[in-house]
Structures are given as C-alpha cells and as structure tokens.
Design a protein around this ligand. Structure first.
Ligand SMILES: Nc1nc2c(ncn2[C@@H]2O[C@H](COP(=O)(O)OP(=O)(O)OP(=O)(O)O)[C@@H](O)[C@H]2O)c(=O)[nH]1
Ligand SMILES: [Mg+2]
Ligand SMILES: [Zn+2]
Length: 290
C-alpha cells in the first residue's frame, strides 16, 4: 500500500517525514533510486518490516535553489511565498528587496514583503515604509509592517499567511529568527521531538525544517536559505520579474525596448503617469546594468 507523506527535514541518509493525516514525525529510508529530497517535498512511501521506505519523489510545484558555479542544489520545495524581511537597523534597502523579488519570480513563488521593527520607527520612517508597502501592493505583492516583539505586532503577518508555505530571507539582523520565534514558540519542542523520533541527535538546529503553522500554512526554516544569494539573473528574468514594468512594456513600440531612450515606451509612460515608482525603475536599471 502506498503511503503519502511530506518531508520535514533531510538528514542525508534518512529523512524525517510526516505521513498525511498523522501528527507524529518519523524517520524514513529512501530507496537508492530516489533523488535528493528537501523540506517541503511530497513523497510516496511503503512499509517494509515496520520501516518506512521512500519510493517516489512527487514532482515539485516550486523549488528554491541555490546555485554555485559548479552545482545547483535544492533548498526547499513547494513554497508558495518567499518572505522578504527588512528593517532599520540595519536599514531598508529596496535594491535588496527587489533582488529577492526577482529570486521569487525565478523560483515561481510569490513575494511577501515584510517590514519589521515597526515599534522603533520614527513617524517619518513609518510613513516611508507605508509608501513602500503601497507600491509593492500595487505591483501585486503582499506587503506588511510588523514588529516581532509582541503578538499584536506580528498580527498583520498572521493575517496574510493563510494557506501560505513560505521561508524567510533578508539581511542579517532584520529579525528573521525573532519572527520565527514569535510565530512558532514551540519550535524547539518540534526539533526535539524530531531528534528523538529519528535518533538523530543534536545537529538538527542546522538543518532545514518544515513547520506547520497554527491554522493553515507552514514555514520552512533554514539557516542556508536565510543566506540565499541573489547576484546574477538572466536578462529575461529581469524583464519579466519587475511585474509592473513587464505590464507597461506591453505597449512599447519596440519589442526589444530598453525602456531608456526609445520613443513610444510604455515604461516611460508609466513613470510619467505614476503607475511605476521611479525607485523601482532605478532598481531595474541598476540590476540590468543599463
Ligand atoms: N525593536 C525591535 N527589535 C527587533 C525586532 N525583531 C528583531 N529585533 C531585534 O533585532 C536583532 C536581530 O534579530 P534576529 O531575529 O536575530 O535577526 P536575524 O534576521 O535572524 O539575523 P541573522 O540570524 O544574523 O540573519 C535582535 O536583537 C532582535 O531582538 C522588532 O520587531 N523590534
Ligand atoms: Mg537569525
Ligand atoms: Zn519601453
């Protein structure tokens, strides 16, 4: 009989899995033919002498990958959103946010833009953050202003999370760990339970983990994903990944319009009529190096 399950964490030789409809997390042993699995993967297993064996990796809806010059490695599977966190300190950097938006586009997931540390913003900083939020929402992204210090402060994020499977990325010090701690106060208990169930001991904190959220939705928490790098994108990714520019570009006269000097450019028109924020356009040009 085939048993459907989800991968909660990968420990190289074995995986921690949760069989559909069951609360317990157990250890499973992949057949040699099964490719590398990551947190979020859907799998099919069977029981063999009491042992759970993984026989099939179900094709992924989405996959967040890390690329090197020599290899591409899956980090997390079946995400619906990339949670992009920024805060001051260390400072809100829209260029970095927009790079992560491109990464989301590349991975075929939605961006969820999170401005954290609202509790320590001056009223000018708050106005600025709210302007950015309005722009990102207009582009089509979810965007929220939160603080991870209180349950009330995190509520706007909770309100957006229904049914989302997401992971958090962002610069060091923006509050990713604090947000996860606030969303999952029992996280250490889960990690402990998995270590116990799998007998895999203490290295679990450096492993990528799937956590169900109260209600619907889930977080994939990974030290590796948090340092996800976003340096080089194909030109096409840039052109399509700035969604409002791509929409406006449909009315450019020239198919290969660079949106800089050409006549009858939809993007230039969008800038003039306020449909495109000038800082998004500037970020596009910086990233496209034009
Ligand atoms: N005032 C305030 N401080 C916060 C908030 N969120 C996080 N902090 C503080 O900011 C600092 C950094 O938070 P972390 O959660 O460790 O940040 P991180 O993004 O996980 O950082 P790295 O693990 O280095 O990538 C800590 O001192 C937190 O207590 C917030 O909403 N408000
Ligand atoms: Mg952290
Ligand atoms: Zn154009």
């Amino acid at each position: 009989m085939t048993i459907s399950a989800r991968v909660i964490a990968n420990f190289k030789k074995t995986v921690a899995v949760q069989v559909d409809g069951e609360a317990a997390i157990e250890q499973a042993y992949p057949l040699r033919s099964v490719p590398l699995m990551v947190a979020g993967d859907r799998i099919e297993c069977f029981r063999d002498d009491g042992r759970l064996r993984v026989q099939t990796l179900i094709p992924r809806q989405t996959v967040l990958e890390r690329a090197d010059r020599h290899w591409v490695k899956p980090l997390a599977a079946n995400l619906t959103h990339l949670g992009i966190v920024s805060a001051s300190p260390p400072g809100i950097d829209t260029l970095l946010i927009d790079q992560f938006c491109l990464a989301a586009h590349q991975a075929d997931v939605n961006a969820l833009i999170i401005f954290n540390k609202a509790d320590r913003m001056t009223s000018e900083e708050r106005d600025e953050a709210e302007k950015l939020i309005a722009t990102y929402r207009q582009v089509g992204y979810k965007a929220v202003l939160i603080d991870a210090k209180t349950d009330k402060g995190i509520q706007p994020l909770l309100d957006e999370l229904d049914g989302c499977t997401f992971t958090l990325v962002g610069a060091s010090g923006v509050g990713k760990s604090s947000i996860i701690q606030r969303l999952l106060p029992d996280r250490d208990l889960v990690v402990g339970a998995v270590s116990e169930a799998t007998g895999l001991g203490s290295h679990t904190t450096s492993v990528t983990f799937w956590y169900d959220l109260p209600g619907s939705g889930a977080i994939i928490d990974s030290p590796g994903v948090r340092q996800y790098s976003v340096s080089h994108f194909a030109k096409q990714t840039l052109r399509q990944g700035f969604h409002e520019l791509a929409r406006a570009a449909e009315s450019c006269r020239f198919g290969d319009c660079s949106h800089t000097v050409e006549p009858a450019c939809g993007v230039q028109e969008g800038l003039r009529n306020g449909e495109i924020a000038s800082w998004r356009y500037d970020n596009y040009r910086k990233l496209a190096d034009i």
